[in-house]
Design a protein around this ligand. Structure first.
Ligand code: GDP
Length: 292
């Protein structure tokens, strides 16, 4: 699904999320573990305001484990509870309920102290497209979707999925836009496939990928493409990879466009291993300044 984020669409998306927020106790902010900063919505803080939040680093199975651990610690140090999960693995998702309970415990305790009856926590998932919202909802739902809206004569209102006795989840997620005004973020979202349809040029993406990998994961890059460095004349590196993989046009020339595609595909399909494109060390300074 391609979503064109024009200002009108953004305003509508924001309104829809704001409406749903009224129904829940906590927001599950889904982010891509490979891009814990670049896959966040720039306005979410404003939108969710004081609402409790759990940051969920999804697709952790595709990300660099060392970086994921550092990111979870980093978010906690800045006041956000965070967990890393793989939505394709239903077992690991039990931690979502546990984390939500821990966050809301003080509020629930206060309510109980006032003599109010305990009830299930109500939550909603929010995130940019393709981050795994539907997958997570479906996995959490198992067979517990309350299908009231599907019965004849029943209006389709918000439906709640009973995840556990203690947790109910809104069946539709809140969709928000990414921070694409920053070109670096655009490259990262596109090169990982976090955004599938993109106006970005494949050659540029491949070049971005090569330079990023050389900086952060040089050994994997050199091993995969049997080379010792990315050439200052990038065309030489393309030529080398093209020869290595025998990527040629019918006329026998190196097919540079296809080489670019191959590099991007290798990155997206984990042929260069589990990669994180937002390096926590690159963000520390920015955050430390904000906290001052
Ligand atoms: P949505 O647009 O946020 O609802 O994203 P989807 O749920 O449609 O997921 C987008 C793609 O990511 C799909 O191909 C999913 O199978 C995949 N996906 C979702 N969660 C995970 C995960 O934790 N790990 C991996 N490897 N893939 C995931």
């Amino acid at each position: 699904m391609t979503i064109q984020w024009f200002p009108g669409h953004m305003a509508k998306a924001r309104r829809q999320v704001t409406e749903k927020l009224k129904l829940v106790d906590i927001v599950f902010e889904l982010i891509d573990a490979r891009l814990p900063m670049s896959s966040r919505n720039p306005m979410l803080d404003e939108v969710i305001h004081q609402k409790q939040r759990l940051l969920i680093l999804n697709k952790a199975d595709m990300a660099d484990e060392t970086q994921t651990k550092k990111w979870v610690e980093f978010f906690k140090a800045h006041g956000h509870e965070a967990i890393a999960v793989n939505s394709l693995d239903s077992k690991g998702l039990k931690r979502v309920t546990k984390a939500a309970e821990a966050i809301l415990k003080p509020k629930w305790d206060r309510m109980k102290a006032k003599g109010m009856k305990g009830r299930a926590i109500r939550a909603m998932i929010v995130g940019i497209p393709n981050v795994g919202k539907s997958t997570m909802i479906n996995r959490l739902a198992k067979k517990n979707l309350a299908r009231t809206g599907n019965m004849p004569g029943v209006t389709k209102a918000q439906q709640w999925i009973k995840v556990e006795k203690e947790l109910e989840l809104l069946d539709t997620p809140g969709i928000l836009w990414p921070k694409f005004e920053d070109p670096d973020v655009g490259y990262k979202l596109a090169v990982t496939g976090a955004i599938k349809d993109t106006i970005m040029n494949m050659d540029d993406l491949a070049i971005y990928g090569l330079h990023f990998l050389e900086k952060h994961y040089p050994n994997r890059l050199y091993e995969r493409y049997q080379m010792t460095k990315v050439s200052d004349e990038i065309v030489e590196t393309f030529e080398h990879i093209g020869k290595l993989r025998n990527v040629r046009t019918t006329g026998g020339e190196i097919d540079y466009s296809y080489v670019a595609e191959l590099i991007v595909r290798d990155i997206r399909n984990e042929h260069l291993g589990k990669l994180t494109f937002d390096y926590v060390e690159d963000y520390k300074e920015e955050f430390d300044n904000k906290d001052k």
